[in-house]
Design a protein around this ligand. Structure first.
Ligand SMILES: C[S@@+](CC[C@H](N)C(=O)[O-])C[C@H]1O[C@@H](n2cnc3c(N)ncnc32)[C@H](O)[C@@H]1O
Length: 309
């Protein structure tokens, strides 16, 4: 294993470098996201319809899923949207075998996008550095090794210091912050490609008035939260400082999905006797909707939206 490096470099290498976590592993095998849920795809299909209508139902309309993981969202959208709507994944992982032929797959982000650009739980995986306040009150980078041990590194750059002062001020010895600049740059680059339509980033995050004092760097594997040891065997993720990400509109997933008609109402019990299979389906959909809109869970995720007409 290598020695100590800053978190950003460690994340980049152990998630995306040769043999890195995401080069091998299917996200859905390790953690559940909104995009893996069928009723979420139904809500996104309604959003596509809204954007399509707003644009006047153009001949070319693409749903571009950036960081598409196992392609679950696009696979379901293929069954919900008519053939005029092009479906395209941007993903570093290989194309899943079972995907319908109409879903295009590749690692490159197209120069321009017209339609809906969606990125579900992408920004939290964009590598970023961690800053920590030392015993003398100076702000330094935190460095980490492949065993998850940390130590103080050099002082933060002027650019990072300015970002911290504006977005995530830390001052007490031991306080930590994840520096959001690479996430913001990633999202700026993606939204710059949007010619007409909507760009939507969905992620967990926090706002300036409630930053977590110890930071949020975390690990996931096999459905469990585990220590963020950057050894290539786990997802390493940190919440997004969502107010620092440029967008037109910011809201919680719960509000966005309820507006798009997601319904967590339980089906009437008599349906269980009249149509047991229908009842089971309705029950599964209602419980998935409840999970997606849970204010303490996925419902608290942020939808960062930019519209261009
Ligand atoms: C947390 S997973 C989310 C997958 C899916 N969107 C979902 O919500 O289930 C993040 C995905 O983003 C992909 N990814 C990260 N950086 C990327 C990049 N620069 N280009 C394309 N894919 C990227 C990873 O390979 C991984 O599959």
């Amino acid at each position: 294993m290598t020695g100590f490096e800053r978190w950003g470099a460690m994340m980049a290498r152990t998630l995306y470098g040769p043999g890195g976590f995401y080069t091998r592993e299917l996200p859905g095998r390790h953690f559940a996201t909104s995009a893996q849920t069928p009723v979420f795809a139904e809500a996104v299909a309604r959003l596509v319809d809204e954007v399509d209508e707003r644009l006047g139902r153009p001949a070319a309309f693409t749903v571009l899923d950036v960081g598409a993981g196992g392609g679950e969202l696009l696979e379901r959208l293929a069954g919900l949207l008519d053939e005029r709507i092009a479906l395209r994944a941007v993903e570093l992982r290989p194309r899943p075998e079972h995907l319908p032929a109409r879903v295009a797959w590749g690692a490159e982000v197209p120069e321009t996008v017209e339609g809906l650009l969606i990125a579900c739980e992408l920004l939290d995986n964009v590598p970023c550095d961690v800053a920590v306040v030392d015993a003398d009150g100076r702000i330094r980078y935190e460095e980490v090794n492949g065993q998850g041990e940390t130590r103080l590194g050099g002082p933060v750059s002027a650019e990072d210091a300015a970002w911290l002062a504006e977005w995530w001020p830390i001052g007490e010895p031991g306080e930590k912050a994840e520096i959001g600049l690479p996430r913001e740059a990633k999202w700026r680059d993606l939204t710059a490609r949007l010619v007409r339509g909507t760009a939507l980033a969905i992620d967990y995050g926090h706002m300036k008035e409630r930053r977590p004092p110890a930071g949020t760097m975390n690990g996931f594997r096999d459905g469990r939260e585990i220590p963020p040891v950057p050894d290539g065997t786990r997802d390493i993720t940190a919440h997004v400082a969502v107010d620092a990400v440029e967008c037109d509109h910011r809201e919680r997933q719960r509000d966005a999905l309820l507006r798009l008609g997601l319904d967590a109402t339980l089906p009437p019990v008599h349906l269980a006797f009249q149509n047991p299979v229908g009842y089971a389906h309705a029950l599964a959909a209602a419980s998935a909707a409840a999970r997606l809109t849970d204010p303490e869970g996925l419902g608290a995720h942020w939808w960062l939206r930019t519209d261009r007409d």
